[in-house]
Write a protein that binds this ligand. Structure first.
Ligand code: HEM
Length: 147
């Protein structure tokens, strides 16, 4: 028996669906394109259409929307996919700065804004794979490293 109620609304629906994610990702990549430090990491440089599409489909899927990312790219394995790029604390900060600005354009109710922002902060931390260039981490005796 159904009552016409197919599935509970997802975060994807609640924040404005495909249109909202288009605004988010377009704004984010406008920021990246103007950021000399960050854009230097992108393998296709200023040709950002592919990167935009991958990030948008991933985020739409993560927040409960269409599963296009999975169909096109398979399992996300995001940490592994970032392995070729030196994700440092500095690049994380830059990435998050552009995402904060992009999220602000959506003007979401605080509950949805924090839900998405908390995820971005955590995910960006999970992507770290390289110390900052000026970090003195290399001077630490490797046997005493925690990670
Ligand atoms: C912490 C700083 C980060 C940096 C510097 C960074 C950098 C990059 C770079 C250079 C690429 C390759 C662009 C391309 O697809 O052609 C990429 C891909 C991608 N990034 Fe990040 N990223 C960061 C964090 C994140 C976070 C937090 C997420 C998710 C919430 C994310 C999601 C993705 C996705 C979905 C792709 C495409 C993966 C694929 O190949 O299918 N990234 N990132």
């Amino acid at each position: 028996m159904t009552n016409g109620y197919e599935r509970p609304a997802s975060v994807f629906d609640m924040v404005g669906g495909h249109e909202a994610f288009t605004t988010l990702v377009d704004t984010f990549y406008d920021g990246v394109a103007q950021d000399d430090y960050l854009i230097a990491m992108y393998p296709e440089g200023h040709e950002l259409e592919g990167a935009k599409h991958r990030l948008q489909t991933f985020l739409e899927q993560y927040f409960g929307g269409p599963t296009t990312y999975q169909e096109e790219r398979g399992h996300p394995r995001l940490r592994m996919r970032h392995a070729p790029f030196p994700v440092t604390p500095k690049s994380r900060e830059h990435w998050l700065k552009h995402m904060r600005h992009a999220l602000d354009q959506l003007n979401l109710p605080p509950m949805y804004d924090s839900l998405m922002w908390d995820y971005f902060e955590r995910a960006a931390t999970a992507m770290l794979n390289t110390p900052d260039e000026d970090s003195d981490e290399h001077r630490i005796d490797p046997s005493r490293r925690l990670l």
